[in-house]
Design a protein. Structure first.
Length: 219
């Protein structure tokens, strides 16, 4: 697990606002998406996290080797198995702030908390269970026209975020972009006074359509 340089200089305020306006123009609106309600906040005890990779050739950091989550997971076979779906693409050691302070960035931006969405889990290596997100937020409640959407986990005193732009819910959501979701979170947290490290963390969780296996690091 290494950190690699980012692919550009920090955005100016005007560039960040243009980014958010551009992304927001494509994800505004509301509508009906499938909603699955969990029965518990964590899975029964399981020996190991489900094996990847999601995409052929992906060599992700093993979940037990990092305090951060690497993937989010979907339960299958009535919760007897969990399969990796989307990659974690933003993390924070929370060395200069709290988890609540970090997710307040989304609340202060007017995002909906606990929007209509699919239930997803992350692996918690300390309890050896799959755990529901500690915070979920999205620009709109239903996202019929698409939306920015995050799931955040508070694990071992750190934050792991899965950020993406949803496709329109017609009738179900898909993933339009991981990289645009990551960039939008970077811009939001910078504007809120957090620092985004120039180096990204290599988790090796590459995933179509556009995730490069790197996680932005919020400090």
């Amino acid at each position: 697990m290494t950190e690699d340089p980012g692919d550009g200089t920090p955005d100016t305020d005007s560039a960040r606002r243009r980014l958010l306006r551009a992304i927001g123009a494509g994800v505004a609106g509301g509508g009906l998406a499938s909603l699955l309600l969990p029965g518990a906040t964590e899975s029964p005890a399981i020996e190991d996290a489900a094996a990847g990779p999601v995409d052929e050739g992906t060599e992700a950091v093993p979940e037990p080797e990092t305090p951060y989550a690497v993937w989010q997971y979907v339960p299958t076979d009535g919760g007897l198995r969990f399969e990796p779906t989307s990659p974690i693409n933003v993390v924070s050691p929370l060395e200069n702030g709290s988890f609540d302070g970090l997710v307040d960035v989304f609340r202060d931006a007017g995002w909906y908390e606990s929007p209509a969405e699919y239930v997803r889990y992350a692996w918690d290596r300390t309890s050896e269970r799959y755990r529901l997100a500690s915070y979920v937020g999205a620009e709109t409640q239903f996202g019929v026209a698409g939306r920015l959407h995050v799931r955040c986990w508070h694990l071992e005193g750190t934050a792991s975020i899965q950020a993406h732009v949803d496709t329109p819910a017609r009738p179900k959501h898909g993933i339009h972009s991981y990289s645009e979701g990551r960039a939008a979170v970077e811009a939001l947290v910078r504007d809120a006074g957090w620092r985004v490290a120039e180096s990204r963390l290599a988790l090796g969780n590459d995933k179509r359509p556009d995730h490069d296996g790197m996680a932005s690091v919020i400090r």
